[in-house]
Ligand binder design. Sequence first.
Ligand SMILES: [Zn+2]
Length: 143
Amino acid sequence: MKIIRMDYRIYDELVAYATEHLPEEACGLLAGKEKDGGFTVEKIYYLENIDHSTDHFTLDPKDQMLAIKDMRSLDLKPLGNWHSHPESPSRPSEEDIRLAFDSKASYMILSLMAANPVLNSFHIEDKNVEKEDLRIISEKYYY
Ligand SMILES: [Zn+2]
């Protein structure tokens, strides 16, 4: 199973953004780099949920095109997408599974239903859901 690493600052930003958008579902794209046989999330794109709904989402296609362009310019790979679940657990809903067409993508779901947010990453293929090894990391930097 591939390991996906995400810096805790990117994670904190994601949680803050999704919390700001409550009670609606927030959504976007994930971009990163292949590293040590796994992936590192380098950038999260925050896209408009054009459904403005509390229980499903549709990524704005125009935002999506701009994000892909930006990834190319930064030499990042599209890793998948993410969305929040304001009032349900961090696992794909039936609709999420039905709409998961890309078996190479990671689908991250951030649940905000409890006091502490929960983020999980999933691989979805032929309607089978498998949890990925997502690690929120913090590194010491040298100045
Ligand atoms: Zn969902």
